[in-house]
Design a protein around this ligand. Structure first.
Ligand code: IMP
Ligand code: MG
Length: 178
């Protein structure tokens, strides 16, 4: 194993259980409705793929890409849409899916923007949550696993675009070794 990683923080079984729990909750909450699931690229791709297989509803899937981080582990605080979704969300029940919520700035800005397009509803769903780092208040209806203030990679999460393919969530202990 790369010596930059110190430990597995969330293993495969925990990730699977998390997706099942969230998928069941969403299936129940939106019974009889069609939902539009929007994944925030690129980090959410793996979680979204697992999550949607646990949702027993008619759903459409789209992706949006924003840039809020450069190649470092600290937030720039700037959120920019790099790739927009390909459809109108007017009158739709939208669930925005993220890999991790850290300061909350990305999802806050993105939700505000999407609300101006008049969806019927919009809720947030995240695999990981670092509540101790929050800078703005946001209401997250579907939360996976709370983690401490540590930089993590894997399960879609990157360090300078690498390590997204690791199947588990790993803690980065030694940045110099990355
Ligand atoms: P926020 O705007 O500070 O909430 O940042 C959210 C985004 O920052 C996520 O979508 C990730 O791309 C990135 N991010 C935050 N924490 C981590 C981490 O521990 N590892 C990898 N990416 C992270
Ligand atoms: Mg990232």
């Amino acid at each position: 194993m790369n010596q930059a990683f110190s430990e597995v923080l969330v293993n495969r079984a925990e990730l699977q259980a998390m997706c099942q729990r969230l998928g069941q909750q969403i299936t129940k909450d939106y019974a009889g409705r069609e939902i539009l699931i929007i994944g925030v690229l690129r980090g959410a791709f793996m979680f979204l793929a697992d999550l949607v297989r646990e949702i027993q509803l008619d759903c459409k899937i789209d992706f949006i890409a924003v840039s809020s981080y450069g190649d470092s582990t600290t937030s720039s605080g700037v959120v920019r849409i790099v790739k927009d979704i390909n459809q109108s969300i007017e009158g739709k029940d939208v669930i925005l899916v993220e890999d991790i919520i850290d300061t909350g700035l990305t999802l806050k800005k993105l939700t505000e923007l999407l609300k101006t397009r008049n969806p019927r509803s919009i809720e947030l769903c995240t695999a990981l949550d670092k509540p101790s780092r929050r800078k703005v208040e946001i209401d997250v209806k579907y939360k996976g696993i709370e983690i401490p203030d540590q930089f993590v990679v894997g399960y879609g999460l990157d360090y300078a675009e690498r390590y997204r393919n690791l199947p588990e969530v790993m803690v980065v202990a030694n940045e110099e070794a990355l």
